[in-house]
Design a protein around this ligand. Sequence first.
Ligand code: FES
Ligand code: FES
Length: 161
Amino acid sequence: MTRISVTVDGTRYTDEVEPRTLLVHYLRETLGKTGTVIGCDTSNCGACTVHLDGRSVKSCNVLAVQADGREVTTIEGLATDGELHPVQQAFHDCHALQCGYCTPGMIMQAADLIAHTEDLTEEKIREGMEGNLCRCTGYHNIVKAVQQAAARPVPVMEVQP
Ligand code: FES
Ligand code: FES
């Protein structure tokens, strides 16, 4: 077992994990952060996307030990002071979800894309979101939601040194 200390959604956790434990399993099974979803076994779907030090990663493709000393934000930490994050609000406004299985990962990826991309065209949105799959709807409203959110100021997430 290996001891790790990780800040997740603003709270510091210290736990013993097996070196092989995936970050997504640590978040869901140890911390109960079930808003982060497992949608595949192949690193393809993006449902497990979280932010690691402010950038999106597929948490099924990262070991928990790799998050040691770092900051993770999940979908459960995106809203602040009871206010939805602009990307969450835009997904709601634009009806950009149906079953919602893919939605947490979509929102986390979109938030990173908006925060780190200049001149976010529809083409850049589609390219930036291509690692996130939705099985039950078209992507049209998802793209519209990202465009709406991009038009608003998106809060910059604090990353601890
Ligand atoms: S569960 Fe991580 S990419 Fe599908
Ligand atoms: S709404 Fe995305 S998989 Fe169903």
